[in-house]
Design a protein around this ligand. Structure first.
Ligand SMILES: NC(=O)c1ccc[n+]([C@@H]2O[C@H](COP(=O)([O-])OP(=O)(O)OC[C@H]3O[C@@H](n4cnc5c(N)ncnc54)[C@H](O)[C@@H]3O)[C@@H](O)[C@H]2O)c1
Length: 282
């Protein structure tokens, strides 16, 4: 989509981190905003920041859990009733848990796949037909470098993000198959500073964390926290790169350039069929 001014952006996970920065970058382009998040206070803060910097931006918010199809459908209904359409869809809400994969509980799997995978699946299912019908639109799915490189202690997250890359590539091919001009972008950043390492703050009580924390998992959680907090590219820059990618009709976005080299090294490691690829010690 080349012209974003006056169009409607829908952002899940719009109450924090990257979602908030995407809201600001969309508002900077004169877009109307529809935010969805489980965190109402977070969304209110995003709207406050948007209104402060871009006076007159029109916005709507909805408390929703993206893992529930009917709630994502309600978000689409809100777009129609409030603004008559939706154009740029960011399936962005995401959470993470740690621990050796055999220690992850059924609740861990349900929670993280529910948000990171089904949240994207439902976003694609609900919004794609709307965009096809109106003959314009663009879907941005937030995956991760973890969609390509599997680090330890992040098994569920890795599975979810690999799946987001898979559904994004398939969606782009399916749209091409039916001759649609609706665009797709898959965003694959490495670590950058947000609240992702504190995902538990919004974890539902019926999927509470009951896993016992081993020394290894505590060490990995501390390393993850450090990596996120010390990420070199701020969320605002990642948001701006993403908006440029939409304007340029770019499918893959790797804000951290080193990730592409590591993906090539992983492909080489697979091609020689020897030891597992370790992106921390390539
Ligand atoms: N920060 C990083 O290092 C990093 C790296 C790669 C990819 N990502 C991805 O970026 C995306 C945005 O995360 P972030 O880093 O800004 O983290 P964040 O924690 O700051 O923001 C995530 C937002 O998602 C919301 N959310 C959580 N569960 C939800 C649910 N069930 N329904 C609706 N909203 C829900 C949270 O309330 C929060 O506002 C995620 O998909 C994440 O996996 C982050």
């Amino acid at each position: 989509m080349h012209e974003l001014n006056g169009k409607v952006a829908v952002i899940t996970g719009g109450g924090s981190g990257l979602g908030r920065e995407l809201a600001l970058r969309c508002a900077a382009r004169g877009m109307k905003l529809v935010l969805g998040d489980v965190d109402e206070k977070g969304m209110a803060e995003t709207v406050r920041l948007v209104e402060q910097e871009f006076v007159g931006t029109e916005s709507a918010t909805m408390r929703l859990d993206v893992s529930r199809l009917e709630e994502v459908q309600a978000l689409a209904d809100l777009c129609k009733s409030r603004f008559g359409a939706a154009h740029l869809i960011f399936n962005n809400a995401g959470v993470s848990v740690n621990g050796p994969v055999w220690t992850n509980t059924p609740a861990d799997w349900e929670w993280v796949l529910g948000v990171n995978l089904y949240g994207v699946v439902w976003g694609v299912k609900v919004f794609t037909p709307m965009l096809i019908e109106q003959g314009e639109g663009h879907i941005v799915n937030t995956a991760s470098a973890a969609g390509w490189l599997n680090g330890p202690s992040s098994g569920i997250y890795n599975v979810s993000k690999t799946s987001v890359v898979a559904i994004s590539e398939t969606l782009a091919l399916d749209l091409r198959d039916v001759g649609s001009k609706v665009g797709v972008t898959v965003l694959c950043p490495a670590f950058f500073p947000t609240g992702i390492h504190q995902s538990d703050r919004n974890r539902p009580a019926d999927k509470a964390d009951t896993a016992e924390k081993s020394e290894v998992s505590l060490k990995r959680a501390a390393a993850l926290k450090y990596a996120v907090e010390n990420g070199r590219i701020p969320a605002s820059d990642i948001a701006e790169m993403t908006l440029k990618a939409v304007e340029d009709e770019q499918f893959y976005v790797f804000p951290h350039r080193k990730i592409k080299q590591l993906i090539s090294l992983r492909a080489e490691a697979a091609s020689v069929e020897k030891d597992v690829f370790d992106s921390m010690n390539p």
